[in-house]
Design a protein around this ligand. Structure first.
Ligand code: ADP
Ligand code: MG
Ligand code: ZN
Length: 478
């Protein structure tokens, strides 16, 4: 058993979903050819001046309010100076001493109950460009400035998490809030939601923190959790063998499943921060904050309560459905297409979630359109197909994305609810089994199950079970 405890703090860079960049009018579109969304401002040409994007500020305020931060009336943009080929200005505009948002927190559920992970700050900054190493001539690297100046918020947590699981839960909850607010797309793989993990360990019971390492290159929730677990183990081995952990930045190698030393940790003073002389202090009026607060959309918790009271679904289902805004929207779209709420909740939380549970894209990976799921549920409700066949049809819908009625017609699995068709099947089985008929009429009513089985076999399981039962009993008892 390890006598060490892990201490984890996360820094998240979330790309704000604005159309234009932080300080110029260039598009933020990610799919454009290299260096087509650039201008003199975001490439740092002499004599140009940055102009703040109001929408970006508003999105940052929204995030701050939803996360319980204090919105600072006055914040300052600073220059963070460093040289890198993807940074044409030679500095990144960020907020340093005076960020836009202070405090706040993210509440997660743990085995021991709810736990709030504190936030230290949320500040605004601009993104850097991208180096392309597998583009064009194999001996050359290229640089794409399209991402230069794209607005980001950096959300810095307190060192409050104690396990990889808590870190993952914090990150998922935070992502959900930002996605609900429509301020960030929240996609780790595509890099519009990025996380650096700070990890240290300390002997259980000790107050002071140990030396931390910072991990980068975490492209999935799984990578975040795995890298932290790896790092805890690595640091434990270092300490147990009498060594010391050095403060450094490490890269997560997802294929090898380990962290690798990248560089010794830089300090704030290395960046020679100073207030950007081209930008005025950012003053946020009180009534702008108030208006933004009253315009906040319904967040996960409130949505779950509404689902319970409006749709009368179990709270456990409501929590699962609202955990992801896209899933909640999907659920409501299925209902809007005419499915009863409880049935819709059932199909989604059981069948659908099982199909997509290993896919980080979530409900976006589901090929079944909401109207088609509603269609399937209606076929079962109306007795056109049995619930059992419904599950098979569902699997095929998931594989092909086709409508339920189409698959049912093609497979010919429509439930037989035509009494004359069931009657003739029953007549045939009764005629073929005189011995069992005698047994039944002699009081051995348990053979009814045998007849049900035979008729079901003859109708490929498609006879409406209730009708079959009624008809069988009637015929056997007369
Ligand atoms: P930097 O930019 O130098 O990494 P920040 O203040 O932006 O510094 O971020 C520090 C992050 O590291 C925070 O999330 C904080 O909670 C976390 N952190 C600080 N000290 C420790 C520690 N000893 N162990 C683990 N995490 C830590
Ligand atoms: Mg850092
Ligand atoms: Zn530009």
């Amino acid at each position: 058993m390890s006598s060490y405890e892990a201490v984890i703090g996360l820094e998240v860079h979330a790309q704000l979903s604005t159309e234009s960049k932080m300080f110029c009018a260039c598009s933020t579109s990610a799919g454009s050819p290299p260096n087509t969304n650039i201008c003199p401002v975001c490439t740092g040409q002499p004599g140009t001046l940055p102009v703040v994007n109001r929408r970006a500020i508003e999105m940052a305020i929204k995030a701050g309010l939803a996360l319980g931060c204090k919105i600072e009336r006055r914040s300052i943009f600073a220059r963070k100076n460093y040289f890198y080929p993807d940074l044409p200005k030679g500095y990144q505009i960020s907020q340093y001493e005076f960020p836009l948002c202070l405090g706040g927190g993210v509440t997660i559920s743990t085995e021991g109950g709810k736990k709030t992970i504190s936030l230290i700050r949320i500040h605004l900054e601009e993104d850097a460009g991208k180096l392309l190493h597998d583009y064009g001539h194999p001996d050359m690297s290229h640089v794409d400035f399209n991402r230069c100046g794209v607005p980001l918020i950096e959300i810095v947590s307190g060192p409050d998490m104690r396990s990889p699981k808590e870190a993952g839960d914090y990150l998922r909850t935070l992502r959900n809030v930002l996605v609900y607010l429509d301020v960030c797309e929240g996609n780790l793989q595509e890099g519009n939601f990025r996380c650096d993990a700070n990890v240290s360990i300390r002997p259980v019971g000790r107050k002071e923190f140990g030396t931390r390492t910072e991990m980068k290159n975490l492209n999935s929730f799984k990578a975040v959790e795995r890298s932290i677990a790896y790092e805890i183990e690595r640091q434990t081995k270092v300490l147990e063998s009498g060594g010391t952990v050095s403060q450094e930045t490490r890269l997560w190698n997802d294929v090898a499943g380990r962290t690798e030393s990248m560089r010794s940790k830089e300090e704030a003073h290395d960046y020679r921060y100073f207030p950007d002389p081209d930008l005025l202090p950012l003053i946020v009026e009180e009534d702008w904050i108030a208006r933004t607060r009253s315009g906040l959309p319904e967040l996960a918790g409130a949505k779950a309560e509404r689902f319970v009271s409006n749709y009368e679904i179990p709270r456990a289902d409501a929590l699962v459905l609202t955990d992801d805004r896209a899933l909640a929207d999907y659920f409501e779209a299925v209902i809007a297409s005419g499915a009863p709420a409880r049935k819709a909740a059932n199909w989604i939380t059981a069948e659908l979630m099982r199909e997509i549970k290993d896919d980080e894209r979530g409900i976006a990976a589901c090929p079944i359109a909401p109207a088609n799921l509603a269609g399937l549920i209606k076929l079962i409700e109306e007795g056109k197909i049995s619930g059992k066949i419904g599950k098979d049809v569902f699997e095929m819908m998931f594989k092909t994305g086709r409508a339920a009625a189409e698959i049912v017609a093609e497979l010919g699995v429509e439930q037989i609810s035509d009494s004359s068709a069931i009657e003739s099947a029953v007549d045939k089985i009764i005629a073929e089994n005189p011995k069992q008929v005698e047994q039944y009429r002699g009081g051995k009513t348990a053979v009814l199950a045998y007849f049900v089985g035979q008729v079901m076999k003859a109708t490929k399981g498609q006879a409406n079970p209730q009708m079959l039962n009624d008809i069988l009993k009637k015929k056997l008892e007369t």
